[in-house]
Each structure stands twice: as C-alpha cells, then as structure tokens.
Design a binder for this molecule. Structure first.
Ligand code: GKR
Ligand code: MG
Length: 416
C-alpha cells in the first residue's frame, strides 16, 4: 500500500490568554494537519506543531515519502531524515522528529484503516480502555485585551484566574464539566508563595486529588528546594522547577517528591545523563517530539527498565492529537499518571467531527474504530486554514504578545 500524496495544512484556532513563564498565549494557537493519501483512497491523519517553518519542513519531505509503503515506518523515517539533511544538515534530531512524528501518526491511522484495527492494537495492544487526563489549570486574564491596556479585555467564558480563588474556580469548572481526577497548575507566573497558596487552596478544595505544579524552570535552586519542602506530601510530582539536567539533579538530591520533566529531557540522547544523575524520576512523553507513537513506546520501555516513571506532556492541540495521545497511552503499560491535555482550552474550533474523543469522567475512552478513530471535518479544516492565512501569524510568540501590554516584560529564567 503505497503513499500517493501528502497534504500539509497549517491552521490557527482560538486560544485564551493563558499565562506562563514565557508570557501569555496569543489569541490564536498554531498547528499543522497532515493527510497521507494512500493508494486505494485511504487517508491517514496527523497533527503536530504549528507555524510556517514547521509546515514548510513537512512540505519538504513530500517527494521523499511518496511511493513508500505506508507500513514501512523505518523507511518513512529514514526518508524524512534524509530529505531534511540528516545529522549533517541544519536541523537537530529533535526538529526532524517533530516532522516525522506527524507522518508516523498519519501512517498509523492509515495502517489501522487498511487493517480494520485501532491504532492502540497496532502499538502492541491496549492495556487500558480509558486514558485518564488531568485538569490543566492556568493563571489567566479575564479575556484577551482589546487594546494595549491590559485591563481593557474582551471577557471569555473562562473568566479571570489570577489568585487562589480564581484557580480553584477554574478547577471547579473543569472538573464539573470533564470529571478530571487529578490537577496540574501551570506556574512560574507569580511569586512562588502565591503559587504555593494556590496549590494549598486546591488541596483543600479537592481533597485526595493528585496535584502537580509546573513553573517551566522559572525558579532558582533555592526557591525550588524551598517550594518542594513546603509542598512536601501535597504534590504528586514537581515538574521542571529549575532548568537543565544538572540543575534538576541538584534539586532532586535535596527534596523528597519526584521531579518530572518535559524540558531537560526531550531527546533519547539526553536519557543516559539524566538517569545517571538521577535528575528526573518521571519523564513526560510527547509523541509530537519524541518521534511519533512507536518511539514514544520505546521511550516508555527504556524509562520502565531504568525505574523511571512516565507521564505525558501536552501543548495546545486539537482532536487528531488527542486521539493519537489516547491510543499511545492506552498501549503504554509504563504510563502511571493522568496525561496532560490543553484540549478543553482549544476544542471549540476542532477540525474533527465531534464525539470520537470526549473527556468524560476525567478520561477518554480509547476509540475502537479502525485507525485513530476520528473523522476529519473538511469544512472546519478549510475554515481554520483560512484563519491561519488571514492572521498573518507565522510562529508562536508568548513573550512578544506579553510585551505588547508590558513592554519591559523579560522572559529570562530563573525569575524567582
Ligand atoms: O501552553 O503555556 C503552555 C505550556 O507552558 C506549554 O507551552 C508547555 O510546553 O504545557 C507545557 C509544559 O508542560 O511545560
Ligand atoms: Mg511541563
């Protein structure tokens, strides 16, 4: 079953003003949707990082993959690597994996449609029928500003969350709607004592629910150790309190709760050093940059062999990615934590037909239809592509957007 064509569609969709250590989310998030057309008419779907540069890189590999068997993942990966210049070329392995991952997902979707099997079965078989996700909380403004005045906002449905009361209200809204059974707070925004207070307020409001905080490396060593000690016994894990493998290892030596990362370990090449230093106790997998679904399984297996836990990272995404995350999570025995997902923040402008991947009772039921189990909404894809074109946006820039309201804003880390 040969690949006949590859269609690459950059899209943009609404995103609320979510605050993080880099700044604030812009009104539009960017993604790339790929369609792998296989002889006989089967179409495999993939979704990955957005922006002009990434979409261009996927375009660049089209002629290299056309003609290959959609079952030949090794061949497709080698072709992608070669078309992007390999190790001698301008792109890092991680950047090349970002491109390959979209094709890997699309190839798995096509393979499933051709064989009548859900992707989870192609990945070794499901070990769970429902994949739990966590409520992903963000400090946020009441809405995107209408002008350069930060308080002149167009209010959104979520409301403001700038203190413990707002964060608890946001958690309540997400849990009421989706039934989440664990909570992650994106931190690194306010002075750590305010974020400790938010975690304590969540612990009080939702007793027994596992809690995590992720400041994306915004803290110094001393701050990280202090926060970890103050929240000892309160957190399920502490995610990226500081930057770098050495920094994480130094914190890990002084605190008792597990440290997790999606920042200092993002490639296979970094695993040996991180494990040797016992810098992280949990790696957040993410098929979008670990090189697709098969390599995510390999990552989990390596972690399992080394006694390191596995969780799952997320960025702004839509339903094709949620389906792919759900299938690989279902087929990953080592995964022992609820996965992250931004989906509740972005789902209103999805490009797949509704209903296939819904978060109910805090989990997504693993689709049983062949492939990923989602159906492309072609009109929606065209609509969101038009939004992308009309926006003139080319890349995510949380810092630049923040600076349009606070010109002196500095993203330099550590901040606290
Ligand atoms: O969307 O603001 C965000 C997140 O901070 C995202 O960019 C991170 O990659 O969610 C991510 C994380 O866990 O670090
Ligand atoms: Mg993180």
């Amino acid at each position: 079953m040969r690949i006949r064509d590859l269609i690459v569609t950059p899209i943009a969709f609404s995103d609320p003003p979510l605050l993080n250590a880099d700044g604030v989310h812009e009104p539009l998030a960017l993604r790339t949707i790929v369609q792998l057309i296989v002889e006989g008419g089967v179409v495999g779907l993939g979704e990955g990082s957005g922006g002009t540069e990434v979409a261009g890189r996927v375009e660049q590999v089209r002629s290299a993959v056309v003609g290959l068997s959609v079952f030949d993942l090794n061949g497709i990966e080698a072709a992608v690597n070669a078309a992007l210049g390999g190790d001698a070329g301008p792109l890092s392995r991680r950047d090349r994996r970002v491109v390959y991952s979209m094709l890997d997902v699309a190839a798995h979707d096509a393979q499933g449609k051709l064989t009548g099997l859900p992707v989870a079965e192609l990945l070794g078989g499901r070990v769970r029928d429902r994949v739990p996700y966590s409520a992903y909380l963000f400090y946020k403004w009441a809405g995107h500003p209408r002008s350069a005045a930060i308080d002149d906002v167009e209010p959104d449905v979520w409301g403001e969350a700038l203190d413990p009361v707002g964060i608890v209200a946001q958690a309540r809204a997400l849990i009421d709607r989706y039934g989440f059974g664990s909570i992650k707070l994106k931190g690194g925004v306010f002075p750590p004592d305010e974020e400790i207070a938010a975690i304590r307020a969540l612990a009080e409001a939702f007793p027994g629910l596992p809690l995590r905080i992720d400041p994306n490396g915004a803290w110094t060593h001393d701050t990280a150790v202090r926060v970890a000690r103050e929240l000892d016994g309160v957190l399920e894990y502490l995610e990226d309190p500081v930057l770098g493998i050495d920094g994480m290892a130094a914190v890990a030596r002084e605190v008792s709760q597990p440290l997790a990362t999606n920042m200092c370990v993002v490639t296979f090449e970094q695993l040996a050093e991180a494990f040797a230093q016992d810098a992280v106790q949990i790696v957040l997998s993410d098929h979008h940059y670990w090189g697709g679904l098969r390599h995510t399984r390999e990552l989990a297996a390596i972690c399992g062999h080394w006694g390191v836990g596995v969780s799952m990272h997320s960025n702004s995404h839509l339903g094709i990615s949620l389906a792919a995350m759900t299938h690989v999570a279902a087929a990953t025995p080592e995964l022992a934590y609820a996965c992250d997902t931004h989906y509740p923040w972005n789902r209103a402008e999805d490009v797949v037909m509704p209903g296939a991947v819904e978060i109910v009772g805090g989990a997504v039921a693993v689709p049983t239809a062949p492939g990923l189990g989602v159906v492309l909404d072609e009109a929606a894809l065209e609509r969101q592509h038009r939004v992308y074109l009309d926006s003139g946006r080319t890349a995510r820039d949380d810092t630049g957007y923040m600076r349009s309201f606070e010109p002196t804003y500095s993203p330099t880390l550590p901040r606290y």
